[in-house]
Design a protein around this ligand. Structure first.
Ligand code: THU
Length: 133
């Protein structure tokens, strides 16, 4: 199985575990770290809506908890036939742990449909250097 197939399968498994009773919009994500390991996450909503967390946030937290800091690739899979891009906050979360070759794959439950470099999705970013200016 290719890395990308394994990444998609993890994202899909997480999608199936999404807790989204308020939006009914399930999202799964999986990141491939530079260590070759895959970490998954799903959206977890809350009756107090702002407490809910995105799928990407869960996957990135799991990666960090394992001591890995660099995302090589990330897959996001969501409900419906239309592809979704990560929300603005999640683009910033991904960017924090990316390099110039980090890929963001957008998927439906059928598979990966489009791939972008993070800089294509967040071309003008708030970065660590911004703090020093
Ligand atoms: N959601 C994600 O998990 N990731 C995104 O990038 C976009 C939105 C979730 C949050 C919420 O639980 C549901 O999708 C509807 O916004």
């Amino acid at each position: 199985m290719s890395n990308q197939d394994a990444l998609f399968n993890t994202a899909l498994a997480c999608y199936n575990h999404a807790y989204a009773p308020y939006s009914n919009f399930a999202v799964g994500a999986a990141v491939l770290g530079s260590n070759g390991k895959i970490y998954g996450g799903c959206n977890v909503e809350n009756v107090s809506y702002p407490c809910g967390t995105c799928a990407e946030a869960g996957a990135i937290a799991a990666m960090n908890a394992d001591g890995e800091r660099l995302i090589k690739e990330i897959v996001v899979v969501a409900s419906g036939t239309d592809l979704i891009t990560p929300c603005g906050a999640c683009l910033q979360r991904i960017f924090e742990f990316s390099d110039s070759s980090t890929l963001v794959h957008l998927a439906t439950t059928d598979g990966i449909k489009k791939s972008y470099k993070i800089a294509e999705l967040l071309p003008v970013s708030f970065a660590e250097e911004s703090l020093r200016k």
